[in-house]
Structures are given as structure tokens and as C-alpha cells.
Design a protein around this ligand. Structure first.
Ligand SMILES: Nc1ncnc2c1ncn2[C@@H]1O[C@H](COP(=O)(O)OP(=O)(O)OP(=O)(O)O)[C@@H](O)[C@H]1O
Ligand SMILES: [Mg+2]
Length: 504
């Protein structure tokens, strides 16, 4: 759950939203607090001016005795105004105070804002007994009208000190804090809820649907598809996934078809092999019997007996039949290749040498082109020669009017051969032997059958040549490919893997 994408997105979003909302709420609280406190400071300045004015009036009316009573009544009647006192600037002795017990005592000079020029001072906030106060000090100046009672030398007659309690404001600020925090919390819950819903609907639900589809596919149901109705990135992803599935499915069908064909071919070959070996045995035994009987007859004949010519002809035909039966048996029960590391050039040369008379007869020229430094390759020399003989003979027989057969031996990189060949051989370097003739070519409809056993277009052919050649090449870990164009000629290529050790 903690590793899920949904969880990670939601937690990140929660952290961002909560940080923004808490910072915002805190800034609002601080701004409101500052506004309220500034208001109280201004109030203290105004109050201080009005009280100073009241004191002046009483003084001018020579009613300074009423000053103490005025100060006490002011504090009693004004809710927030908690203290008023007037003290002498030079010694700090309190002359008038809202708390009569303070009269005659000295003001605490260490208290904030007491020393210095009072008229210049701002109202300031202090904490006393766990409660906050705004204090304001102002000088009561010795003006000319005061000179009839006070010496003109005195510059300041007294210092007015008032204190306004901030308890109401503190309560209001607490109220604001609660309000802002509640609003932030409600906002957070609403935004977070909406976010969880949106993530769930837009991301989590489609991803869960996709996961379910993938599970179905894993369980083998390749027909399962993702919903493509969404126009967003997930919809695009679903589309690409579905098209990938289509390709996979068609590739799977192709592989299955190919596999079935291969199985059928293998089954056909196996049953053919069994039939052939059965028939060959049935023929071989009576053939040996006939051969023995003829030889007995021949031995009983005198040297100049005319019948000897007949028996010799019979024995010749029996020998030919025996060779064919052996070839059939060889096809039905092939020997595994006996691999040796050899030069392919030598084997090719021998094969060309054997076929040369036949080629000359048909006016076919054979030209070989062999790359330098062809490495040795693991092969069974007899079987390889059999393949080359068959391919060269096929080419010669495809050129009844004469022509040219070009045989090329080269080393190819796996990237230079077709993907199918490179896939089958699975090695980096590949030896390619190409037989290119200028013969009749192969019709398109015959292309698929030429490697089938007994497929032949020749009156004297067995149709086993290419079938045996293909099997031998495959047993060597290689492959045969063919390209042909009717009227132009055919190209047969034998591919063999290079670099396999003798053990392999
Ligand atoms: N180079 C070629 N040009 C044209 N057709 C070819 C060529 N090679 C093979 N074929 C065709 O493929 C058929 C099968 O060849 P394959 O070698 O298997 O048998 P075959 O040559 O007919 O008989 P055998 O090999 O027993 O003499 C041939 O009959 C021929 O029609
Ligand atoms: Mg042949």
C-alpha cells in the first residue's frame, strides 16, 4: 500500500496542500494580530492626549485637587484603561495615580520606556502578571499659562503614564486563531477529499482495470483488451498496449501454424521413413536371393555360353537396384554427422571435379569465387560433399541449353544475412556457400515443395536430393535458403555456423 502510486501522489499532495494552508492561515492570523495591536497603540496615544488635555483644563481652573478623583473615575469607568499615573520627571515620585496606594512612591525607573524623552515615545506593549498592556508615557509641558503657579525654569511639570489592558484583544486574537485554523482544516479536508476522489477516478481506477487485464493475459487469455475510451495518456497507453497484443497474437498464431506445419512434416517424414525402410528391406532380401541364384546359374554355365551375357545384365540391374535400395535406407535411417574441422574449399573442389564431365556435356561453365582466409568449419565431409553434389547437379540439370553456374564462398556477419537465418544459426560469423545458376528457375507454386521428400520434376529424379541436403545442413546447425525467378535462374545458399568447437 505504501509503495502504491496512489499513496505516493496523495501523500505528496497532502504535504503541499497542508504547508500552503498552514502558512496562509498563520500569515492571516499574524496580520490580524498586528492590525489589532496597532489599533490599541493608536488608541493609547489618543487616550493619553485626551487625558493630558483634561489635566491641563483642571490645572487652568485651579482644580488640581480634583485630579486624583478624575484619574480614579476614569479608570473605574473605562473598561480597558487599567492604570493612570503622573510622576515627577526628575525623581520619579508619583504625584497622582489610579491606585492611590502608589502616591508618594517612586516609579520603577528600570521599567521599559520610563527614562528618556517621553513625548517622542511610541506606545509600547509589555507583559505584567501574565497579562499584556499597551503603555504610553507623555510629558506634561510647562507652558506660559502654567507660569503663574510653576517656575518657568521647569521644562516638564510631570509625566503622564497610562496603561491599557490587552486582555480583550488577546481574546479576540485567540478567536481569530481558532477561526482561521478551523477554516484551514475544513479547507484542507475538502481539498484533500476532492484530490483523493480525482486521483481515484482518473488514475487509480483505470490502473486497477489495466492490472486486471494484464493478469488475464498472464493467465493465457490473449483476447483480453484494455478500455481505449479515455483520451488521456492512460487511454493512449491502453491503445499502444492493445496494438502490441494484436501483434503478439498474430505472431503467436503464425508460430503455432509454423509449428503445426513442422509437426505434420516431421510426422510425414517419420511415417515415410518407416514405409521406405520396410519396403527397402522387403526388396533387399529377395534381391540378395535373386543375385545368389543368378550367380549359381552363371557358375554352372560354360565360359562360352551365350546365356552368360543375359545373367551378367541381370546382375548389373540387381547391383543398380541394390544401390537405390541402399540410398532409400540411408534416407530412412540417416547416420548422424561425424563432425571434423575442415576446409570447405577442398570439399567443394572435389564435388565440382565429379560433376565437371556432366557440366561439360551440357555446355555449362562452372566458376568459383572463394574469399581469402575462409576459416575451418565443423562438418561431416561425406555429407557435405553429398549436399554440394546435389546442388551442383540440380543447377546443371536446370540449364539444358547450357549456362553458367557461379559458386561463391564467403564469411558473413550475422547482420548481413536475413533475420530468420541469423535467428536459427545464433552465431556472429556465418559461412555462406552460394550456387547461382542461369537456368530455368523455379515456379512460385513449387517453391514451398522443393524441400519435400519425393518432390521432383525430373523423369529420373527421386526428389530426395534437396530434402536430404536440408536435413544434413540442419544437423550441422545451419540452414539452406533459395531465391528463384522463372527464366532467369536460381540461387541456393548453404549457411553454416562458424566458431563452434568440436565438442559442440
Ligand atoms: N537449381 C535449380 N533450378 C531449378 N529447379 C530446381 C533447382 N534445384 C532443384 N530444383 C527443383 O526442385 C526439385 C527437387 O530437387 P531435388 O534435388 O530434391 O530432387 P531431384 O533433383 O528432382 O531428384 P534427385 O536429386 O534425386 O536427382 C527438382 O526436381 C527441380 O524441379
Ligand atoms: Mg537433385
Amino acid at each position: 500500500m505504501f509503495n502504491s502510486l496512489k499513496f505516493k501522489i496523495i501523500i505528496t499532495a497532502f504535504l503541499i496542500i497542508s504547508t500552503i494552508m498552514i502558512t496562509d492561515a498563520w500569515r492571516d492570523i499574524k496580520r490580524s494580530e498586528q492590525l489589532l495591536l496597532n489599533g490599541q497603540r493608536e488608541k493609547a496615544v489618543l487616550l493619553s492626549e485626551r487625558i493630558a488635555h483634561g489635566i491641563m483644563e483642571l490645572m487652568l481652573q485651579n482644580k488640581w485637587q480634583d485630579l486624583q478623583a478624575m484619574v480614579e473615575s476614569l479608570v473605574k469607568n473605562a473598561g480597558e484603561l487599567k492604570e493612570i499615573r503622573i510622576f515627577r520627571p526628575e525623581n520619579g515620585v508619583i504625584l497622582v495615580s489610579s491606585d492611590p496606594l502608589e502616591i508618594g512612591a517612586e516609579i520603577n525607573k528600570e521599567a521599559p520606556g520610563i527614562s528618556g524623552k517621553h513625548e517622542m515615545r511610541e506606545a509600547f506593549i509589555v507583559e505584567k502578571g501574565g497579562e499584556q498592556y499597551v503603555l504610553k508615557l507623555s510629558d506634561i509641558k510647562n507652558q506660559p499659562v502654567c507660569h503663574k503657579c510653576h517656575s518657568p525654569e521647569e521644562e516638564v511639570l510631570g509625566v503622564l503614564h497610562i496603561g491599557i489592558s490587552l486582555s480583550e484583544i488577546t481574546k479576540t486574537i485567540q478567536g481569530y486563531k481558532r477561526k482561521y485554523l478551523t477554516e484551514a482544516l475544513v479547507g484542507f479536508i475538502l481539498i484533500a477529499g476532492a484530490f483523493v476522489f480525482v486521483v481515484g477516478v482518473l488514475i487509480d481506477r483505470p490502473i486497477k482495470r489495466m492490472t486486471r487485464t494484464i493478469r488475464k493475459i498472464e493467465d493465457g487469455d490473449l483476447s483480453a483488451r484494455m478500455d481505449e475510451d479515455k483520451k488521456d495518456e492512460l487511454g493512449l497507453m491502453a491503445k499502444s498496449f492493445n496494438s502490441m497484443l494484436e501483434s503478439l497474437e498474430s505472431a503467436k498464431q503464425e508460430i503455432e501454424l509454423c509449428h503445426t506445419e513442422q509437426m505434420q512434416r516431421a510426422a510425414k517424414l517419420a511415417s515415410l521413413g518407416e514405409i521406405i525402410s520396410g519396403i527397402a528391406h522387403e526388396i533387399k532380401n529377395p534381391l540378395t536371393g535373386i543375385s545368389c541364384a543368378v550367380q549359381v546359374l552363371q557358375s554352372e554355365m560354360s565360359e562360352d555360353d551365350e546365356g552368360r551375357m543375359v545373367t551378367s545384365e541381370i546382375l548389373n540391374h540387381i547391383r543398380r537396384l541394390d544401390t537405390t535400395v541402399k540410398a532409400l535406407l540411408n534416407y530412412a535411417r540417416p547416420k548422424p554427422p561425424c563432425l571434423l574441422s575442415l576446409k570447405i574449399n577442398d570439399i567443394l573442389e572435389k564435388a565440382v571435379f565429379f560433376v565437371q564431365p556432366e557440366a561439360n556435356k551440357q555446355n555449362v561453365s562452372i566458376e568459383t569465387e572463394i574469399e581469402d582466409d575462409i576459416p575451418d568449419v565443423m562438418m561431416d565431409p561425406d555429407q557435405m560433399q553429398q549436399i554440394f553434389l546435389n546442388l551442383i547437379l540440380n543447377a546443371v540439370q536446370a540449364m539444358p541449353e547450357g549456362g553458367n553456374l557461379k559458386i561463391e564462398i564467403s564469411v558473413k556477419d550475422y547482420t548481413q544475412v536475413g533475420g530468420e537465418i541469423a535467428g536459427t544459426l545464433a552465431c556472429e560469423k556465418i559461412l555462406a556457400v552460394t550456387f547461382e545458376d542461369t537456368g530455368l528457375g523455379i515456379k512460385r507454386e513449387h517453391m514451398e515443395s522443393i524441400f519435400d521428400p519425393f518432390f521432383t520434376k525430373k523423369s529420373k529424379g527421386t526428389g530426395l536430393g534437396l530434402s536430404i541436403s536440408q536435413r544434413i545442413v540442419q544437423e550441422h546447425g545451419g540452414e539452406i535458403s533459395v531465391k528463384s525467378e522463372v527464366g532467369k535462374g536460381s540461387i541456393f545458399t548453404v549457411y553454416l555456423p562458424i566458431g563452434q568447437s568440436e565438442e559442440q
